[in-house]
Design a binder for this molecule. Structure first.
Ligand code: NAD
Length: 244
């Protein structure tokens, strides 16, 4: 399929998990793709690897400028870099709250701010934010993480309203528990990773974790030409978690 032929995409957090699957899928469908990541050492040609930290405005601006320069502009921004946090409001201190908001929310704001001038020049401009079921599901032990994703959800709706008349669509995906290196690290930290994985799978309505490829497919839909009339929406990719 080459429905992304001629389109230029930037994927943040694209060196691992959902971002990596998305960057690979968009490239396989014909897009020219740049990956922005804290550690892009695993990113291979034809993807363009850019090292940047989404908590550092200057490094984001430089990377976005480099991406647009190398690709000849930007049509698609996949705002995906994010980190997790566990616990109730009593478990994370102010510094942790500030840091996770800095990465998960302000990181997306900074990247969008740097990318918007390029997206305005595109005839096919789309932003897709990686949100989470945590934004709306009321998950236990995820107060800080859920609050950041609630903010990403609201940000998506507000940005969609702000930029629709400029021809820029803004949507988000809400993955459930997705089988990525992040979840792998969480399982590895458990006393019995195999038992923990089985328990996690048993909690999913489908009896299995969501794959990174399935989330990438939803992101590609929202970033691509077939969703041209869709903006300000959240697409759940959660194996039915939210419906229960
Ligand atoms: P991951 O850890 O496999 O990949 C995240 C990538 O983001 C890594 O390559 C990392 O280097 C990069 N990154 C982290 N902080 C960064 C920073 N400050 N600057 C630049 N890059 C940075 O994680 P994943 O599971 O693929 O998660 C990707 C996104 O999906 C996140 O926004 C996460 O909140 C969201 N999400 C994940 C799940 C899940 O179950 N895996 C569920 C819902 C939402």
């Amino acid at each position: 399929m080459s429905d992304f032929a001629g389109l230029r995409a930037l994927v943040t957090g694209g060196a691992s998990g959902i971002g990596r699957a998305t960057a690979g899928l968009l490239a396989a469908r014909g897009a020219h793709v740049a990956v922005l990541d804290l550690d892009p050492s695993a990113v291979r040609q034809p993807l363009l690897a850019l090292r940047a930290d989404v908590t550092d405005d200057a490094s984001v601006r430089t990377a976005v400028q480099e991406a647009a320069g190398a690709l000849g502009g930007l049509d698609i921004l996949v705002n995906n870099a994010g980190i997790g946090a566990q616990g109730t409001v009593e478990d994370n201190d102010d510094a942790e709250w500030r840091h996770v908001f800095d990465v998960n929310v302000l990181g997306m704001v900074r990247t969008a701010r740097a990318a918007l001038p390029y997206l305005r020049r595109s005839d096919h401009a789309a932003i897709v934010n990686t949100c989470s079921v945590a934004a709306t599901a009321g998950l236990p032990q995820r107060a800080l993480y859920s609050a950041t994703k609630g903010a990403v959800y609201s940000l998506t709706l507000a940005m969609a309203a702000d930029h629709v008349r400029e021809g820029i669509r803004v949507n988000c995906v809400n993955p459930g528990t997705a089988d990525t290196p992040w979840i792998g690290r969480l399982l590895d930290a458990a006393p019995d990773p195999a038992a923990e994985r089985a328990a996690l799978e048993a909690r999913q309505p489908t009896g299995r974790l969501v794959s990174a490829a399935e989330v990438a497919g939803a992101i590609a839909y929202l970033a691509g030409p077939l969703s041209g009339a869709t903006t300000g929406t959240a697409l759940a990719v959660d194996g039915g978690m939210q419906g229960l």
